[in-house]
Structures are given as structure tokens and as C-alpha cells.
Design a protein around this ligand. Sequence first.
Ligand SMILES: Cc1cc2nc3c(=O)[nH]c(=O)nc-3n(C[C@H](O)[C@H](O)[C@H](O)COP(=O)(O)OP(=O)(O)OC[C@H]3O[C@@H](n4cnc5c(N)ncnc54)[C@H](O)[C@@H]3O)c2cc1C
Length: 494
Amino acid sequence: MEFIREKQREIPVIARPDVLVVGAGPSGLGAAIAAAKNGAHTMLIEKYGFPGGNLTTSMVNPIFTFHDINGRQVIRGIAGEIVEQMIASKASIGHVTDLTFDNASMTPFDPERTKVILFDMLEEAGVDLLFHTLVTDAEVKDGIIEYVVIENKSGRQAICPKYIIDCSGDADVAAFSNVPFTKGREEDGAMQPATLYFRVGNIDNTELRKWMKNNRNLLKDNPTDEEIDSQKAIAFLGLHELVDKAIADGDLDSEVAPRILMYELPNNQFSVNSTRLQNVDATNAKDLTQAEILLRKQVLQVHDFLKKKIGGFAQSNIIDTGIQVGTRESRHIKGDYILTEDDILQGTTFNDGIACGTFAIDIHPPKGKQQIFTGSGRVVYEVPYRCLLPKGIDNLLVAGKTISATHTAFGSIRVMATCIATGEGAGTAAALLNRKKQLTREIDIAILKKTLIKNGQYLLNGESEENRDESLILKRVNGSGEKAAHYNPFKKSK
Ligand SMILES: Cc1cc2nc3c(=O)[nH]c(=O)nc-3n(C[C@H](O)[C@H](O)[C@H](O)COP(=O)(O)OP(=O)(O)OC[C@H]3O[C@@H](n4cnc5c(N)ncnc54)[C@H](O)[C@@H]3O)c2cc1C
């Protein structure tokens, strides 16, 4: 490869915030709102023109998962507030039952209204926003990031924060700071596939429910009439054989997901999660370019398939697609603790647990067809603060999907409710550290946990081993959750 040497130049320092959050996705929202509400001067930098990350840019829907199978809401705090605001603005009907996999709950929402809700929440918390801006480098001296370099239409500039929270979804700041990381699976680096979501409108919902009852054998677990009628928002999974045939007939690209998966949103729209492409590295612009070209073609094919094969879709239209392909997995930083599959399956609690998770280990196949899906909502585990502490840096925290976890554990912590919660843990920690001018590893964990709980977050907080129900401890299931039972935590509480 050819190289050139850039000429040295001076760039302006445009801000010196207490806390700089990079990326306004689920984890960045949790981090920025928490840091600002806890008194730190907080700045949030985002590549796009609106907040949400995968919530809005890649149109990922619904939010998973706030509840365990007993209906206990184990992710609250800022994630809970976002849902309350969505309900108040009619952007969501709230938490509902999920008939697709065995998740205890799902939370569908309207991504367009959500952008405004998130802006309002950030402004109300007093977060200083700088959007349309990419962080492109970081300068480290003696384990401290002294400044990050940003690029936008105003040129190349620097920001000198006291603490940084990397919520970029690809651990960009950590990588610029030479933090060690792995990508994808430990054994071969293969990553979960990319998907381009699209939203469909103008669906005849009555006709669709009728079609589902007449074709229940094509749907996962043959749902009963009662199950179909009781769904406040349809969660639709199935049509495996029809997809196989359409691939064989050349009507669908051979790479598409081997089934149709889609969720009803408010205002009679559906979010479709059925395109798919393996071998996409989200940190490689060439891969991303190729993925955009191929997946946008798949969107049109899948929509044609829906119109022809599913009742109620004949007159439907594509409302929009994600503004970029959704990449499920890229870097996993190496932190002071690496969360493992066993931690998740056994519902492990930690002295420094700062967020709960309860979603399944859900690994869309990086290669081949086999999906790994291990029950959701049965066990609740904690994410320790140490997973947010990247090796070698003392003023950087990492939150969201790139925290220190194995590829398998990542299969669970990656969902959006959990990402908001790890963001809230990081933001709260940064604000507390700032009050005492401490380095990230000097945090008083007891005060951090107390502050999180006082602010409305839920933690297992040492839930004793004796109280744990051994029958809930899980073994890994290989397959697509086809045989998973349906849990309805809301039925019980009624
Ligand atoms: C196809 C797909 C399906 C999924 N399905 C579900 C689902 O059904 N339910 C669910 O809950 N979760 C789902 N997930 C997982 C979930 O969406 C993500 O894991 C989660 O959004 C990660 O949150 P995050 O904050 O870590 O990162 P992201 O959501 O990726 O947000 C990162 C933000 O940082 C910005 N950014 C990136 N780099 C820079 C930079 N250098 N400078 C400035 N800004 C930057 C990005 O623009 C973005 O806004 C899915 C993900 C994908 C891709």
C-alpha cells in the first residue's frame, strides 16, 4: 500500500466538557442524559443529524427486553423514561407480548416521533449537542486521552474532555486509543450478519389477522386464534418453506434470512427484519458500501414477496428503509472483566453490577445457517462496571454493544434496553468521578450503585445465591427458538 505523510497543522480546541459522549445511539442516550442529570457538563457528538443510533438510523424495532418471565421490569431508569415519553407522545403502545421468540416482552415504537422525543429529553437534561460530526482520532498520553479529533463541515477540530464515554457502537474511540479488542467470534473473527430494515405501510390489518389464522401452520408454534387476537401488536415469524422456494425460484437473493420476521408498529405499520448479508465488517467502508448495494436490492425483493404471499399486504408500500444498513456486531473491547456466556446463562450478579440484562443469547449466524437462541427472561444477570473499563486507559468508559464481553455473551447484551442501561451506568459513573476528580478505576462502587437506584434504575444488588431458582438456569440451545415457549408476564399481573 502507498502512504503519504500528512503535514502537521494546528487545529482549534472547540470545547473542554467534563464528559464527552461519542455516539447518540441507545447507550449514548443513556450515558449523556445520566451524566448531565448528575451534574457534569456533558457534550454529545453524533455522526448523523438526529439521535437514536440503531433505534432510528437503522430502524431497528422493537426494543428488547425490559422484563423477566415473572413480569418484573429489570431495566428501568432512563430506558424506562424513554418508553414513558414514547407512550405519552403516542409513539409506542408500551410493552407487549412477543410471539416471535420467547422474550418476556417487546416494545415496538414509531422511529420518526422517537427522534423528536429523544432530542427533547437530551435538551431537558442540558446536554450540549454537536451532530453531523465524526470523531476521527484520539491522543493518549500516560493512559489519559488528552483530546479527540473531530471532523465536520466546520473542518478539523479538537475537544479536550476530562472523561470520555465511547458509545460509537464500533468502539471507535477505544480503537483510536490503542485499547485491545477482538472482532466477532474469538475463533475466526466472523461477525453476526448485517440487515437493512424497512418499514411498510397501508396494510389491511383485519385481513392479515384472518390470513394468519388460516395459515397458522406457516407461523412459528402454530399460534391459536386467541393468541393472534390477543396480540396488541403483531409479532410475525415464519414462512420458512415459502422463503426457501422463492430463493430456489430466483425471486429472493440466496443470502436473505431464511424466514420472514416483522413487527407491528403504531399507526398500522410494520418493521421488517428479513434482509441479510454475512461477512460485513462495520469498520470497513468497502464492506459497508457493498452491503448497501446488495441489501437495498433485497428490500425490494422481500417487499414483493410479502405483497404476493401474505394476506393484507397486497396494497402495501415501503415507507422507508434504515438510513444505513444495520450491523449487529463489530469490536468487543478488552476490559477489566470479560462477560461470558456462563455469566448470562446462570444469572450472575456482581459486586460492581451497574445494569441488568435478561434478553436471550441470540446469535444470528455469522456463517452457515445455524442460529443460537437461548431463552429470554428466564434468568436476569448483571453487567459489572469492570466491563466498561478498557485496558490501558484511565479516563475512558465504553458502553453499549462493544463492552468487554465474549462473542456469545454479546449475543445478549447487544439489545437496546440493555445498551441504554449500560450507558446510564457509564454516564452516572463519569459524573460521580468528575465530582472527585478521580480516575475511572477509583470509583466508589457503593455510591455508584446507590445513585443508580436512587435515580430509578433496577439492580439485583447482591440478590443472594440462596434465593436463586436453580430450575431457571439455562443450557445453551442451538436453533432458532422454534420450540421456545411463549411467556406472557402481563397476563399474570392482570
Ligand atoms: C439488524 C439488527 C437487528 C437488531 N435487532 C434488535 C431488536 O430487534 N431489538 C433490540 O433491542 N436490539 C436489536 N439490535 C441490537 C441493537 O440495535 C444494537 O446492538 C444497539 O443499538 C447498540 O447500541 P449502541 O448505543 O451500542 O450503538 P449504536 O446503536 O450503533 O449507536 C452508535 C451511534 O454512534 C454514532 N457513531 C458511530 N461512530 C461514530 C463516530 N466515530 N463519531 C461520532 N458518532 C459515531 C452512530 O451514528 C450511532 O448513532 C439489532 C441490531 C441490528 C443491527
